[in-house]
Design a protein around this ligand. Structure first.
Ligand SMILES: Nc1ncnc2c1ncn2[C@@H]1O[C@H](COP(=O)(O)OP(=O)(O)O)[C@@H](O)[C@H]1O
Ligand SMILES: [Mg+2]
Length: 234
């Protein structure tokens, strides 16, 4: 059985894509068969962040019926399998990922789906495809408020909220206890604000791969391990 996990946040720029890439990579390193899917169709950036040339075929070509979905699965040097979207902006009105993803169901254990920001129709329909959602928030009130709305939305779609990742935590952040109290969900893990994340973007490798000993990398591995019911070994 394939499990589809959506990475959502409500607010933009909280770190959904960073969390999606690094959790998928860490789960793969733990020996699980994972595909990372860029479902942020209007501003797909996973291909860019993983260093693939812009000319390759993407999820958009599969959606247009020009490629089979299995032809747009790429293999990163880290071992991670991923499906990038096109970086060229396109009109993505009424896209249905469901039929395409049903072709992957059964062939892979976990699909990590990176979603767009916002609380709109496109996000609702992507949530409907998912089995579970992981909420990404930053430790500040506007992000946590949007996370709360997102949780309500996930529950409204009768999907499981797996828990919350608090990303970019620092010394002046909102206390974890207040975040937990507001959201009333399990905190899966806390990822610190970490300059190695920015460096990893420059070298086009995920931080857990390029800088495995960085503080953020340790957090991503711990979160992946707890999601998989394992203990992380550093
Ligand atoms: N833990 C972190 N420490 C430092 N920078 C981070 C961290 N997480 C994300 N970022 C940076 O924040 C920006 C937004 O992250 P991104 O993953 O693209 O967010 P989203 O997908 O939610 O828009 C990126 O420049 C990313 O490198
Ligand atoms: Mg993103």
């Amino acid at each position: 059985m394939t499990k589809i996990i959506a990475i959502v946040s409500g607010k933009g720029g909280t770190g959904k894509t960073t969390v999606a890439i690094n959790l998928a990579l860490a789960m793969n390193e733990f020996g699980h068969n994972v595909i990372l899917l860029d479902a942020d169709l209007r501003s797909a950036d996973i291909g860019l962040l993983l260093g693939v040339p812009p000319s390759i075929s993407t999820l958009h070509d599969a959606l247009a019926g020009q490629k089979n979905i299995t032809e747009v699965v790429y293999h990163h040097p880290s071992g991670l399998n991923f499906i990038p979207g096109s970086i060229a902006a396109r009109n993505m009105a009424r896209v249905d990922l469901q039929p395409i993803l049903s072709r992957l169901r059964g062939t892979v254990e976990i699909i990590i789906m990176d979603l767009p920001a916002g609380l709109h129709q496109e996000v609702f329909s992507l949530l409907r495809i998912a089995d579970e959602a992981i909420i990404v928030t930053n430790p500040e009130l506007p992000a946590v408020t949007d996370a709360l709305k997102t949780i309500a939305l996930v529950e409204q779609e009768s999907k499981v909220v797996r828990g919350v990742v608090v990303n970019r935590y620092g010394p002046d952040s909102m206390p974890l206890g207040s975040i937990q109290e507001m959201l009333d969900q399990e905190i899966l893990g806390v990822v610190p604000e970490d300059d190695y994340v920015k460096r990893s973007v420059q070298v086009k490798y995920p931080v857990t791969y390029a800088y495995p000993l960085a503080p953020a990398s340790a957090s991503f591995k711990n979160i992946a391990a707890s999601l998989l019911g394992k203990r992380a070994v550093h």
